[in-house]
Design a protein. Structure first.
Length: 275
């Protein structure tokens, strides 16, 4: 029986405009609750940003945010894994040496940092998502451990950049979620490991879990679910891992599939109740 649904956001649950059909989802929400199915999002977005996307029910969903380095529920952080300060600073220095024009976003428990010298167009994009971000001229002055480090490369060189970070792979988890984005977290911390922690907390097995994704950083997410769904717009590696390919993020594929799953559950319950 299905007890947990987890979805990535960008490229999966959200359309190309970064939105979703809220009315459609809120129509399905009571049915999820009625069937005692927990719902969570597993995303690179900050937990605070996720809460703004689900204002009506933000306290009722499980948020595996900040590239799944945190689990937040009912406004409280109940799980967190940090990246060692010295490892993160060494990675940032290497990233700056590889491509000085890529955008580095550094997250600690208390602040988000960006380079004050990045082009205004990119700075505005970052500040739109993180209005309180601190501009710095030297990441090396940060003394806290990190939640994660994110790289945005408008030139789409992230796959090549990750290859140049090979000597850090034993000290951190590094993944290109797509050609323009890299996420860096503590070693062994990724969507799959954090989903496993959530399953442990909820006493729900992978056999009772459904997962939706589109990118390379969703491979571990789908690996923790028996019901594995890749978007039509997903990377080929994820499609190969999935049980099903569903309509794209611009076709409300996740919502359509959740509605179908709920319908199948209702039919199964109805058939077992017949004489």
């Amino acid at each position: 029986m299905l007890k947990l649904i987890l979805t990535d956001l960008d490229g999966t649950f959200l359309n190309s405009q970064g939105a979703y059909n809220r009315d459609y989802f809120l129509k399905l929400w009571p049915k999820l609750k009625e069937n005692q199915i927990a719902f969570g999002v597993c995303t690179g977005k900050s937990s605070a940003r996720v809460e703004t996307l689900f204002p009506e029910i933000s306290d009722e969903i499980w948020i595996l945010g900040d590239s799944a380095t945190r689990i937040k529920y009912q406004g409280k952080c109940i799980y967190e894994q940090l990246l060692d300060n010295q490892i993160a600073l060494a990675l940032i220095a290497r990233l700056q040496a590889i491509h000085s024009d890529q955008i580095i976003i550094a997250y600690t428990k208390n602040a988000v940092y960006i380079d004050q010298n990045i082009p205004k167009i990119h700075k505005n994009r970052v500040l739109a998502s993180y209005p309180g971000a601190i501009e710095t001229n030297d990441f090396q002055q940060i003394t806290d451990d990190f939640i994660k480090v994110t790289v945005y490369d408008p030139a789409s060189r992230c796959l090549e950049t990750v290859q140049q970070l090979a000597d850090f792979m034993e000290r951190a988890y590094i993944v290109a979620s797509e050609t323009q984005w890299i996420d860096i977290a503590a070693k062994g911390v990724h969507k799959g490991s954090t989903v496993a922690k959530l399953q442990e907390l909820l006493k729900i097995s992978p056999k009772e879990t459904a997962a939706f994704g589109d990118g390379w950083n969703d491979l571990e997410l789908l690996a923790q679910a028996n019901f594995r769904f890749a978007m039509r717009n997903a990377v080929e590696e994820l499609k190969n891992q999935a049980n099903f390919i569903i309509p794209s993020n611009d076709e409300e594929g996740v919502l359509q599939t959740i509605e179908l799953l709920l319908s199948l559950m209702e039919k199964k319950e109805g058939s077992t109740g017949e004489n």
